[in-house]
Write a protein that binds this ligand. Structure first.
Ligand SMILES: [Fe+2]
Length: 220
């Protein structure tokens, strides 16, 4: 059965976009195949390995496992199921829905690069309040159903606003809005039954936009 995306516009406490049924069944199968591969012992990085957000006194704010796919598949992105599929997060349809929320969100049309981080949260894992260095952040949540953990919800920290996660649901926010993930409590200890997420950081890189200065212009 075809599952089509449902767009939900939220305006309180800030405008943000929710997409339900983000990926189709056949895409989910490919995504899960890659999750199972990446989450084998010793592959994904602990919190220190992926440029994690830090508090002003240098404390790493998260405890989970993650990997940047663009780094892992740097020389050939087609080897990643996920990187072949996840461009649909930055499709014109999504950009229209997001930019309609607020006049300040029009800058999503200027974003021209993104990077993809895969995260796995097991029992006791969390990510404390932080903001991201990109312009917009898209997060898609995944777990095996029935859900085998409590917690692991996504919060807009400053507003004490909880976004209850759902499997295959995406949230898109401006990256400067502080957010956190509360602690995951597993109902069983089977590794892999916890909370996966795919974070996409959307940036504008001026050097690859027409009309911007490029260093090679010096060479005449
Ligand atoms: Fe973040």
């Amino acid at each position: 059965m075809e599952n089509s995306r449902i767009y939900r516009e939220v305006y309180d406490p800030i405008p943000y976009l929710i997409i339900e049924n983000t990926f189709k069944e056949e895409e989910l199968e490919l995504i899960w195949e890659e999750f199972e591969f990446l989450n084998q012992p010793g592959k994904m990085y602990p919190a220190e390995g992926t440029g994690s957000a830090e508090s002003p006194d240098g404390k790493i704010l998260k405890n989970n496992k993650s990997v940047f796919l663009d780094e892992l598949f740097e020389y050939n992105k087609k080897f990643s199921n996920i990187l072949k599929i996840n461009n649909s997060i930055v499709s014109p349809e999504v950009k229209i829905a997001f930019s309609k929320l607020n006049f300040g969100y029009n800058a999503i049309w200027q974003t021209n690069v993104h990077s993809t981080l895969i995260n796995y949260y097991h029992d006791g894992d969390y990510y404390d309040s932080h903001s991201d260095s990109s312009l917009y952040t898209s997060l898609t949540f995944f777990y095996k159903e029935p859900k085998q953990f409590t917690g692991g919800d996504f919060w807009l920290s400053r507003f004490k606003h909880k976004i209850e996660i759902k499997n295959n649901m995406t949230v898109i926010i401006p990256s400067f809005v502080e957010h956190h993930v509360d602690k995951v409590n597993m109902k069983n200890s089977v590794y892999g039954n916890g909370r996966y997420s795919m974070t996409m950081f959307l940036y504008t890189n001026p050097s690859i936009q027409n009309g911007f200065w490029k260093d090679e212009y010096w060479k005449g």
